[in-house]
Design a protein around this ligand. Structure first.
Ligand code: GTP
Length: 524
């Protein structure tokens, strides 16, 4: 396809401003999908995306568009809208020469509009402002145009007013894409160089990497190298996305498409990495960042017998999402599980929801924490850890609890008759310490049965107790109910009690049912 007839563009927007709806309209107009179900968002595929109405995984489509007797190849690169995924947005954007910046005609410019504008602006892309939802009763496109002019220095005449939902003025959007966005500066004669801007996992074929070719060409059987990982792969299949995969023989500079090359996990095709031919190494494209986890939480099966099935579910999901960091973990109370790192809270929730919906898993999620950097002051500790600064992702790993007393975000320990319950250790902002401590003590009190002695349930920061509940003593005589001498009945009761014990964890001399941990940690 002639490079001067190619346009690579993205749609960027604040969440809910109508990116997916516009993408669907563009696909319909170019015949990539049938105009059947108007609200069916084709580029949004996952159940969790439909339910939450947000894009989690970016999807890409190549469209053929006829304009003034010429056929253009428009590569539409979808991007997730939420801030947790802004790295994916920035990579998608660097595969483009222009963007459609959508702004809701009622809500106007919002936080992600600004963040996305700067991503596009810094990448020196052509920016076409599109004011969407002009059909809304409260729509005020004049005000939004002024906002765009003031904040982004884009003349109001450059704004396109549309209703993606009703299809009003959407044809104009494609005309302007052709007119205002330049073709890629692709150099066919130079060595093959492509940006990986997304990757997904397919159970039969392994990793499918979406790439944008900056120069050269690639075909089946080629040996390609991922610049940052330094791994070599052989291309088994490649093609274009319309938005389904259409295999082709070759991909050329300026094109956007997919490659399948025996990569076993998405980490083999990291977003932002560069592919080149084994025989012709090139400078990798700038801007690569390995995914960085910002929020950590423990995930455990509700029932340990479900560990193997949960493991396979976690494996499958992380195969598809290289931004989740996985580390095996185990806890006395909750058994074997994992400590997972996520890009943000929404990312974590989406992951858990997918575990439940797509894999029917029942999981306990511990309180999310951010990673902490600890600067060690004692020579003994420095020796023990082999370094002065350590990163801690699990509150129980803090080297010396007393080192954290004066923190803005203190660590709360929970104690049963003075014995700490490690799994419950929580880090909270100091303003919330009292309320959190109190609430968790109450929950613990409710979930631990009375025993032969009194139990003090305490929340403490360092040595200072901030909340306390008491579980009163109770003379537990399971046999009292058995009047007469029915020995089999007595045996049954004793057996039942013994089985009950197995589901308990002993802390000091206190039996704590596993449910207690689950109740306390369960998210409301
Ligand atoms: P993310 O994928 O999470 O980034 O959201 P999005 O920007 O893709 O928004 P989406 O296309 O899902 O639209 C959000 C809501 O706005 C949906 O309920 C759409 O039906 C509605 N919507 C989109 N375009 C229009 C429009 O032109 N007019 C009206 N009235 N509603 C619209």
């Amino acid at each position: 396809f002639p490079v001067d007839k190619i346009r690579n563009f993205s749609i960027i927007a604040h969440i809910d401003h109508g990116k997916s709806t516009l993408a669907d309209r563009l696909l319909e107009m170019t015949g990539a999908i049938a105009k059947t179900d108007r609200n069916k968002q084709v580029l949004d595929k996952l159940q969790v995306e439909r339910e939450r109405g947000i894009t989690v995984k970016a999807q890409t489509a190549s469209l053929f568009y006829k304009h003034e007797g010429q056929t253009y190849l428009l590569n539409l690169i979808d991007t997730p809208g939420h801030v947790d995924f802004s790295y994916e947005v920035s990579r998608s954007i660097s595969a483009c020469q222009g963007v459609l910046l959508i702004v809701d005609a009622n809500e106007g410019i919002q936080a992600q509009t600004v963040a996305n504008f700067y991503l596009a602006f810094e990448a020196q892309l052509s920016i076409i402002p599109v004011i969407n939802k002009i059909d809304l009763k409260n729509a005020d496109p004049d005000r939004v145009e002024k906002q765009i002019e003031t904040m982004f220095d884009i003349p109001s005449e450059e704004c396109i007013r549309i209703s993606a939902k009703l299809g009003i003025n959407v044809d104009r959007v494609l005309q302007e894409v052709v007119k205002r966005i330049p073709p890629p500066t692709a150099k066919l004669e130079e060595p093959f160089k492509a940006l990986v801007f997304d990757s997904t996992f397919d159970h039969y074929r392994g990793v499918v990497a979406n790439i944008a070719l900056f120069s050269g060409q690639v075909c089946k059987g080629d040996k390609i190298v991922s610049a940052h990982l330094g791994k070599t792969y052989e291309v088994n299949e490649l093609g274009v996305l319309r938005p389904d995969e259409h295999p082709t023989e070759r991909l050329y500079a300026g094109q956007v498409g997919y490659v399948i090359a025996g990569m076993k996990e998405v980490k083999d095709a990291q977003i932002g990495d560069t592919f080149y031919h084994q025989k012709q190494p090139v400078e990798p494209l700038p801007g690569f960042k390995p995914a960085k986890s910002m929020v950590f939480a423990g995930i455990y099966p509700t029932d340990q017998s479900e560990y193997p099935s949960l493991r396979s579910a976690v494996e499958k999901l992380t195969l598809n999402d290289s931004s989740v960091m996985v580390q095996r973990d185990s806890s006395m109370a909750l058994g074997a599980g994992w400590r997972l790192g996520f890009l943000g809270l929404l990312h974590m929730e989406v992951f858990n929801q997918r575990l439940e919906q797509e894999y029917n898993a029942s999981v306990i999620v511990t309180a999310p924490t951010v990673p902490y950097k600890a600067v060690l002051s004692s020579p003994k500790l420095i020796k023990e850890y082999g370094q002065e600064v350590i990163t801690i992702v699990n509150p129980t790993q803090f080297p010396e609890k007393s080192c954290v007393v004066e923190y803005q975000e203190p660590m709360i320990d929970f104690l049963l008759n003075g014995k700490p319950v490690e799994e419950l250790t929580t880090i909270v902002h100091k303003d919330q310490a009292y309320n959190t401590g109190k609430a968790m003590c109450v929950k613990l009190k409710e979930s631990i049965p009375r025993q032969m002695f009194e139990i003090a349930v305490q929340a403490a920061i360092g040595s200072k107790v901030i909340a306390r509940e008491t579980i009163k003593a109770y003379r537990k005589n399971v046999l009292a109910k058995c009047y007469g001498g029915d020995i089999t009945r007595k045996m049954k009761l004793l057996k039942k009690q013994a089985e009950g014990k197995k589901k308990m964890r002993r802390i000091g001399n206190i039996d704590v049912p596993k449910d207690a941990f689950i109740n306390v940690l369960k998210r409301k």
